[in-house]
Design a protein around this ligand. Sequence first.
Ligand code: SAM
Length: 320
Amino acid sequence: MKLLMRCSQMSVRVSWEMRIEMMAGAAVTPRWREALRSMIEAGLSHHEARVLLEEASGRSFAELFIGLEEVMDPAAHHRLTALVSDRLAGVPLQHLVGLWPFRHLELVVDRRGLIPRPETEEVVGVALDELDRLAASRATKSGRRRPLLALDLGTGSGAIACSLVHENPQCWVLAIDRSTEALALCGVNLGRLVPEERHRIRLAQGSWFAPVAGIGNIAFDLVVANPPYLSRAEWSELEITVRDHDPYGALVAGETGIEDLAVIIAQAPNYLAPGGLLLCEIGASQGESCRELARRAGAKEAKIRQDLAGRDRMLLARFS
Ligand SMILES: C[S@@+](CC[C@H](N)C(=O)[O-])C[C@H]1O[C@@H](n2cnc3c(N)ncnc32)[C@H](O)[C@@H]1O
């Protein structure tokens, strides 16, 4: 099956390159419409083709659409050829474009961090609901707003941390990652926030809670984590676009896949404020194990939430 996929990928790639060679050998560069058709025939989806055309031309698809019969300029043609070859070789669309939407932000994405996924946008939605609930329960008569403190474990590109401060003006985040490369990428995304939001995020390097261990008297209203949750065997079965381009350390937890979740769930009660929430993104088969780990860590409430397809995707646990 895999072999067949590789062969078909190779054949679409060859046909694209042959087309490009023919186009390059032609007296004139192709029209935008011809390039679009060739990309679809080579196996790209309409969405991918549109995104790559925009990237190569520097124009929106709406602008291109009006001028589909125009001849491409040679520089755009050259750039498009390289982009399509890379995409057909398995480079993720997100890395080719370099910027990718996540909720209300556009994040820089590259090999240093995991490409943020739509599932994680839902995790942020649940985190924000929780922060609203906490803020309402603590509202004082004077209307003074107390800061809400969140810990983002395994921040990667900073998708969760940046969204929390962007969407909740009371929220402050300590964002931790073990990878210096991921933290460098996160720093780039922090730099894209307005100063008032950027100011409410601090970064620290280390393994899970290690950077806050021993500080004493620190309690978070929310601990949110999207840790690695694949086993080594699951990683080896991933499609090339994920396996060869997302960092291994962002995907794989160990032999079983539950190792990092087990550490986070066991230690979270030591760092949560009274009534605080532990919120973790989890793998679809890990719901029951995570609920059990939370119970063993003393959770008085441990819920699993499903995504729209009915798969277990999040653990919500309270310990007091
Ligand atoms: C699945 S990625 C999540 C990235 C980002 N939070 C997101 O949701 O898109 C997991 C992140 O955890 C980090 N990580 C892995 N092991 C870690 C550890 N022991 N301590 C801290 N961070 C770790 C990885 O470097 C990676 O950035």
